[in-house]
Design a protein around this ligand. Structure first.
Ligand code: 3H9
Length: 646
């Protein structure tokens, strides 16, 4: 039974129990529909409290039903039926009331939330708009301004803010069910407020709506749903309720079948499947109660910050006192930045730092559960670190390298008990970026691998297993992407046209401006290293620029020129002159064709990566690109896009 009914005197308590998140599948919709009928017919019931079992209130429509034809009763009808019930319903919210879940709550006459709960309309993150009155009832509760923020960003708000906005009527501490029943009794003693659909909504003027449209369009970068949601909200403010409902429903059904919605659903489910891969079901992760990071540079400090954010005590090792002080300063800088941006309080930042011990003596690692090496990307330096770790660490301590290009097998050579060795490739800034590539060697044990995934879960990262090749999954595709972009330049496509095309396609930056930001020299030095080792690495256009002293923004120029102190890329005559003899044609390829060509190249590399077993599944490659390399989420990643063929 997904819906059951109990009595507390004259109050009925309807309990929804549809694990894992009480999603509104057909059985639940029917159960709620029938409950209204049964309780309306029961003269002993004066009011109804709607509670949910398990970790959350109703988390929304059942997303797994979205690929299929809708089956009645449809959610808007269920919400209307609850609102039209003869007895007032009170939604008792814990966990999250999201999407259709919050729409059901808005069909109720009252909403009571427990402290810590949140409410929201995240539909745009799935490429759709709310489809059961979210755009129409929300402005009637909280006004158009709050509704625009909630619906076009999809970001939920916590109970206290929801109360301030008028989205909920009361916040209770502790016993939610008891609190909601008490609220219902008290409410019955007073005249009932009008149903939400009957409340007025004041429309802001046309200029305000136009300003919203410009702001949402700027954020959306090609994503359709936020603008369509804004249109629905405007109709809801300017037209009668029924007309707005019809408009919202038509928009919802239109978007539900769209490519963007399919892509966003693909990423939604891939993200949820990633942390617990089926092939690790029988493995036992080692508990990580303490961790150490070797190297306090940008990457090491970021990893240490991520560990501290998860509450894990950290030892930070650097080679001498001066480097220790620099590492600690880097770490402090990260937490201070968190305070400046309002993400951490001063007290939290201090607590983060208090959990860090720093020094240059490896003896401090004798009882550490996990050590992550993040030193200079040079084999001999890394091997020296693991020699020391092999001597001082417990035999069962998990030892990880954060290498992004080197072969982990070579780094682990000679390590006693190589079964506990693994690659954990973080992305910079490591305390912010969600992606973690997990790279086992042939000797890594399944339990060590499971430890990598468990660590990712506790750090809130999205783990993807990668096999060993140069650049693993992400950097290998990046290399191909850059090579293809350079090939276009050689054919005569303008550098700025390529960057503009990728931005228009939804990337935060194009390939050349991104290199200018990160610096061209790291990849250059890698190529030079490979050349010095006797490998044939053809000259790239980037090599030409670095040899001319153009390493990116930090040298005042790379692919573009930069005025001192200004990050705005300016097309460079000097670059044109430097590359002139290598540019063989003149091409007027349009932006759409450029983006299609480059993303297809990424997918082609992805296919090779899959065929070689470097990635276990195509959706892992999509997660790497979306979470590590700025591939637009609403396109679902290169593999999904290629599969779709559009
Ligand atoms: C909508 O409501 C449209 C309406 O306006 C109109 C309709 C007409 N459906 O995230 P977790 C699964 S659109 C199906 O790890 P947590 C998930 O795949 C919807 N399945 O848990 C996973 O399965 P498994 C708007 C769902 O505790 C399991 O539940 N709502 C759905 O970390 C646990 O998920 C949303 O977008 C779903 N809606 O976080 C809310 N949601 O165990 C989406 C989850 O097999 N959900 N699953 O891998 C969430 O944000 C989080 O799940 C939540 C819990 C915060 C609720």
């Amino acid at each position: 039974m997904v819906v059951s009914i109990e009595r507390e005197g004259d109050i009925a308590v309807v309990t929804v129990d549809n694990p894992p998140v009480n999603a509104l599948g057909q059985a639940l919709r029917q159960g709620l529909w029938d409950a209204v009928g049964a309780l309306d017919a029961d003269p002993a019931v004066r009011a109804v409290v709607l509670v949910c079992a398990g970790r959350t209130f109703i988390a929304g429509a059942d997303v797994t039903e979205f690929g299929k034809p809708p089956v009645p009763p449809h959610l808007p009808d269920v919400v209307d039926r609850i609102e039209g019930a003869a007895k007032p319903w009170v939604a008792a919210i814990h966990g999250s009331a999201l999407g259709g879940g919050f729409e059901v709550a808005m069909g109720c006459r009252f909403r009571v939330a427990v402290e810590g709960a949140s409410v929201g309309l995240p539909e745009v993150t799935l490429g759709i708009v709310p489809g059961a009155s979210g755009t129409v009832r929300t402005p009637r509760l909280a006004g158009s301004e709050a509704a625009v923020d909630l619906v076009t960003t999809g970001r939920p708000v916590k109970a206290a803010k929801a109360l301030a906005l008028g989205l909920v009527d009361a916040v209770v501490a502790g016993d939610l069910r008891g609190g909601a029943v008490g609220f219902a009794r008290a409410a019955l003693a007073k005249p009932l407020p009008p149903a939400v659909s009957a409340r007025p909504v004041a429309s802001p003027d046309a200029a305000w709506w136009e300003a919203q449209r410009a702001a949402v369009a700027k954020r959306a970068k090609g994503e359709v749903a936020p603008l369509r949601a804004l249109d629905c909200l405007r109709v809801a403010a300017e037209r009668p309720f029924a007309e707005a409902m019809a408009h919202e429903r038509a928009t919802f059904l239109d978007l539900r079948g769209s490519d963007q919605a399919a892509a966003l659903r693909h990423i939604f489910f891939a993200e949820r499947a990633a942390p617990r891969p089926a092939h690790l079901a029988g493995a036992t992760a080692h508990p990580i109660r303490s961790a150490a990071v070797i190297g306090g540079g940008t990457m090491g400090a970021g990893i240490a910050a991520a560990l501290r954010d998860a509450g894990i005590p950290v030892v930070l090792i650097e080679r001498d006192d001066e480097a220790v002080a620099r590492g600690l300063a880097n770490l402090r800088g990260i937490f201070e930045g968190g305070v400046k941006r309002g993400k951490l309080t001063e007290a939290q930042a201090a607590e983060r730092m208090a959990g860090v011990t720093a020094g240059s003596d490896y003896a401090a690692l004798a009882d550490t559960d996990l050590v992550i090496e993040a030193v200079f990307e040079e084999l001999s330096v890394k091997r020296a670190v693991f020699d020391r770790l092999g001597q001082v660490c417990r035999a069962d301590a998990v030892l990880a390298t954060n290498t992004s290009y080197l072969d982990p097998r070579l780094i682990a050579e000679g390590l006693p008990n190589a079964a506990r060795f693994i690659g954990l490739h973080f992305f910079s800034p490591a305390n912010v970026m969600k992606l973690l590539e997990i790279v086992p060697t042939p000797e890594t044990s399944i339990d060590t691998l499971a430890t990598g995934f468990a660590l990712a879960r506790s750090l809130g990262k999205i783990p993807v297993q990668a096999g060993i090749c140069e650049g693993f999954i992400g950097n290998r595709i990046l290399k191909r992407y850059r090579a293809e972009a350079e090939a276009l330049v050689r054919q005569g496509v303008a550098i700025a046209a390529i960057d503009a095309a990728m931005r228009a396609d939804g990337f935060a930056m194009g390939p050349f401006e991104a290199q200018d930001l990160g610096g061209l020299d790291i990849a250059f030095l890698q190529r030079e290293g490979a050349r010095a080792a006797g490998q044939h690495v053809p000259e790239t256009l980037g090599d030409v620029l670095v040899r001319a002293g153009r390493k990116g923004q930090k040298t005042g120029g790379g692919w573009y020129d930069y005025a001192p102190g200004d990050r705005k890329p300016v097309v460079s005559d000097r670059v044109a002159a430097l590359l002139a003899e290598r540019i063989t044609g003149r091409s007027e390829m349009d932006g759409g064709a450029i983006a299609a060509h480059l993303t297809a190249a990424m997918a082609e590399e992805g296919k090779a990566i899959l065929a070689e077993g470097i990635a276990l599944k195509a959706s892992d490659i999509d997660l790497v690109e979306v979470h590590g390399y700025g591939f637009p989420r609403w396109q679902g990643g290169p593999m999904f896009k290629a599969e779709l063929g559009r």
